[in-house]
Design a protein around this ligand. Structure first.
Ligand SMILES: [Zn+2]
Length: 81
């Protein structure tokens, strides 16, 4: 994967965390409370794994990191239908 900003090769890994991550479109206010219902109302995209997380790296998105631009690209295509 080549970085869309600088064009350098981006090493592959996973994007880990504690789960319950979401994409919130620009213009939506950040919710005071987090629930699936509230996030859906704000047109957020819930990203796997869920709040219980996963110890199996196959449950996390593949990710590519540009150390120059400090930018990550995550691929959820194998986790979402
Ligand atoms: Zn870059």
């Amino acid at each position: 994967m080549l970085c869309p900003k600088c064009g350098n090769e981006m090493p592959k890994g996973i994007l880990g965390g504690r789960g319950y991550n979401f994409f919130l479109p620009e213009g939506e206010t950040y919710p005071k409370l987090l629930s699936d219902r509230i996030l859906k109302k704000k047109h957020a995209v819930l990203l796997p794994p869920d709040i219980y997380g996963s110890w199996d790296v196959n449950g996390w998105p593949s990710a590519f990191w540009c150390k120059e631009c400090k930018m990550v690209i995550a691929d959820y295509s194998h986790l979402m239908k």
